[in-house]
Design a protein around this ligand. Structure first.
Ligand code: RIB
Ligand code: CA
Length: 323
């Protein structure tokens, strides 16, 4: 069993990653911390509680709200992709009787802010806790800057972020999570704990289409399946407009998937650095993935390939089937 902490700017694909992790007995989700990214952190926390409210959980992870702005740059969001509320607009959906269709779980937040909660959990499970950031790296970097000694106890960081050999999704150069807070990302890559990346180079190979989701749901109408349908709709329509396919990339679930089935991925070691100036290459992750030409001591393992069909089957078995 792997103990993990998920750090999320919970948007649509983040919610799928949280559900995927909580439905996987191989993982114990000790805590979930929120950070501004897709939308403002207060909305991210509401989205997390809404997502948890759609699951029948026996145990609720510690929940801590984190940083509302990047280390130095102004906040950039991606509401155009995830909807104004970050969950495809469903946070305000009403039932016919006027009550909220997706009420947030009534659960107290930790009194510790994100970075402090991360430090506390790392201290509690030193050498064991795996951090899984699937949003901007602001909380993780703040924890490293505030208490580097404690943060050396992180077992590994498995993050969704970066792009190397295809176009970015914010600019042609950069992927959103890194672009949103490049200074934080540089802190993380230079800190010295093991980092594994699932960049756009692999997440763009894994698309969950509306047709596939409907086929898997197979007319079932459980609360969770309805949430999956409703929360993904806006993102899928956006994707259809841009890419011609009604679906969404499983960016964040892929980071969870790496933890569960690493054999589905091809991985290379690389020395990765981040372009931090706020100019044309802001947030670009620069790494030599040609493993035979190691130029500097590697500081990250980069997923460069994935068995998309096997991953999608595994993901759907866990998230959709049986519900
Ligand atoms: O670039 C994709 C990443 O940005 C995902 O984590 C998505 O949720 C957004 O945060
Ligand atoms: Ca995310």
């Amino acid at each position: 069993m792997k103990r993990i902490l998920i750090d999320t700017d919970i948007g649509v694909d983040d919610a799928l990653a949280v559900i995927f992790a909580l439905k996987s007995p191989e993982l114990h989700v000790e805590a979930i911390t929120t950070v501004s990214g897709n939308v403002h952190v207060e909305q991210c926390t509401r989205n997390l509680l809404i997502t948890l409210g759609c699951m029948e959980l026996k145990e609720i992870p510690l929940i801590s709200q984190g940083e509302e702005a990047p280390l130095t740059l102004p906040l950039v969001t991606s509401a155009h992709v995830h909807g104004s509320d970050g969950l495809g607009g469903i946070s305000e959906s009403l039932s016919p009787d006027g009550t909220r269709l997706y009420p947030p779980l009534e659960w107290p937040l930790s009194s510790m802010r994100g970075p402090d909660a991360i430090i506390d959990l790392v201290n509690r499970y030193s050498g064991e806790l795996i951090l899984v950031p699937v949003g901007p790296l602001t909380n993780i970097a703040k924890a490293m800057l505030n208490n580097p000694t404690a943060m050396r106890g992180v077992r590994e960081i498995v993050l969704m972020g970066g792009v190397f050999e295809i176009y970015g999704n914010v600019t042609t150069q950069a992927e959103f999570n890194i672009y949103a807070d490049p200074q934080a990302a540089q802190v993380v890559f230079n800190f010295g704990v093991p980092v594994t990346m699932t960049p756009l180079d692999v997440t763009h190979d894994v698309v969950l289409t509306r047709d596939r989701l409907d086929a898997e749901a197979n007319q079932r109408n459980t609360r969770l399946i309805q949430f999956l349908r409703d929360s993904t709709q806006a993102c899928m329509v956006y994707h259809q407009g841009r890419e011609g396919v009604k679906g969404l990339y499983l960016h964040d679930p892929l980071a969870i998937g790496y933890l569960l089935q690493p054999d589905l991925f091809d991985v290379v070691d690389a020395y990765v650095q981040v372009e931090t100036p706020d100019n044309l290459t802001r947030g670009r992750t620069v790494g030599n993935l040609r493993a035979h030409r190691a130029d500097s001591a590697p500081n990250a393992r980069v997923c460069v390939g994935v068995d998309a069909d096997r991953f999608l089957r595994f993901f759907l078995d866990r998230v959709v089937d049986g519900h």
